[in-house]
Design a protein around this ligand. Structure first.
Ligand SMILES: [Zn+2]
Length: 146
């Protein structure tokens, strides 16, 4: 299970839903989080940051290294991309705020299930594809592979 952590960005104006695969890494491995507002003043350091659609997640790689080593993950190529793409510290969903939107949108479709199962399943599928495409076009990193 991967539970959700809601972390505030550096300027405090926004929050992101972040999950940590199998709880291997503690939330403090994300040492800084910048929303599109506060990321404007940040110099991107590729060696410890991931940049995704004007959001920046900064990692404490030394800390991550220690935790991953304990569970025998090959830490030779550890990088911000590795942590993010492998789900060790990543958005819960496709974007920082996907979780809330997903739940609300889903509820509307779930209501259909009581009336028409076939339509419900078709709607679910269409919804999943459409939103993934929307995020892919917007340039979100996690939507590129799905
Ligand atoms: Zn901010």
């Amino acid at each position: 299970m991967c539970s959700n952590h809601r972390l505030a960005c550096s300027c405090g104006r926004n929050k992101a839903n972040i999950m940590f695969r199998n709880h291997i890494l503690p939330p403090m491995v994300v040492c800084n989080l910048y929303c599109p507002e506060c990321s404007k003043n940040v110099t991107l350091k590729l060696e410890c940051m991931i940049f995704d659609n004007n959001w920046i997640m900064e990692f404490d790689l030394t800390l991550a290294h220690g935790y991953l080593k304990r569970v025998n993950v090959n830490t030779e190529f550890i990088s911000p991309e590795f942590l993010f793409d492998q789900g060790y510290a990543t958005w819960n969903g496709l974007t920082p705020n996907d979780l809330e939107h997903r739940l609300v949108e889903r509820e509307e479709i779930v209501a259909l299930a009581a009336h028409d199962m076939r339509q419900y399943l078709a709607e679910m599928k269409r919804w999943g594809c459409e939103r993934a495409q929307k995020f892919r076009e917007a340039g979100w990193r996690k939507a590129q592979q799905c």
